[in-house]
Write a protein that binds this ligand. Structure first.
Ligand SMILES: C[S@@+](CC[C@H](N)C(=O)[O-])C[C@H]1O[C@@H](n2cnc3c(N)ncnc32)[C@H](O)[C@@H]1O
Length: 212
């Protein structure tokens, strides 16, 4: 099995991928406090079992949640029936109208691609965000040594970890993905304890620039 969709689906089927670290409720809270909220449109990318979607619904957002794993999507749908759920790869989301989202949240779901795929994912999110819309994300950092980071992560070749290609971002790599369509508002290195051993990530907030 080497299709990431099947691998993720199997993980969710075995209950191996459903951990939560309240990232959005903690770091994201300050950004959400400045965002529109009530009644506005939020996109939860790679929603897993729907933890971030549930937090957004509780704040009054209208939520669209996407996944490549049908098993995860079904679990998220059962947990959050008020959200709209779509089986969609972040690199191409044709069901989502351009400039329709006020907020996009991508918690640990944007670090599975090579350079072309990463640029495609950030551009596709920019397409669906309204100008001025907010992107909140968290991606593997270059020093995430407990979870597969290579000694030198300056290149773009993904590393195969447990069958899934993983990207490890240096700040220049992440900035290169954001440069064309976004204004960077915050970038911080942080440690997640979600999987037990410390996991190093970049958290970032960025605003969708008006199309040129
Ligand atoms: C580490 S999990 C995070 C799940 C959830 N955001 C959370 O924080 O609990 C990564 C998720 O990204 C999804 N994913 C992987 N590749 C994806 C892609 N190309 N498009 C959309 N989602 C993807 C996986 O199925 C998985 O649910």
């Amino acid at each position: 099995m080497n299709d990431p969709r099947q691998i993720w689906d199997q993980r969710y089927g075995l209950g191996q991928a459903s951990l939560a670290d309240n990232w959005l409720e903690h770091w994201g809270a300050a950004w959400l406090a400045h965002a529109h909220g009530q009644g506005y449109q939020a996109l939860d990318i790679g929603c897993g079992n729907g933890h971030e979607s549930a937090a957004l619904l509780a704040l009054g957002w209208q939520v669209t949640a996407t996944e490549i794993s049908p098993t995860a999507l079904a679990a998220a749908e059962e947990r959050n029936p008020a959200a709209r759920h779509l089986l969609a790869d972040v690199r191409t989301m044709p069901e989502i109208a351009s400039a329709s989202m006020d907020l996009a949240v991508a918690h640990l779901s944007l670090h599975y691609f090579d350079q072309a795929g990463s640029l495609q994912a950030f551009a596709e999110i920019a397409r669906v965000l309204k100008p001025g819309g907010l992107l909140l994300g968290s991606v593997n950092a270059e020093d995430d040594l407990n979870y597969g980071a290579p000694a030198d992560a300056s290149g773009w070749e993904p590393v195969l970890v447990d069958g899934v290609p993983k990207q490890f971002f240096t700040s220049p790599k992440l900035l290169s993905c954001l440069r064309q369509h976004y204004e960077l508002l915050e970038l911080r290195k942080s440690i997640s304890l979600r999987y037990g051993a410390p996991k190093s990530v970049w958290d970032f907030a960025a605003r969708r620039l008006p199309p040129t």
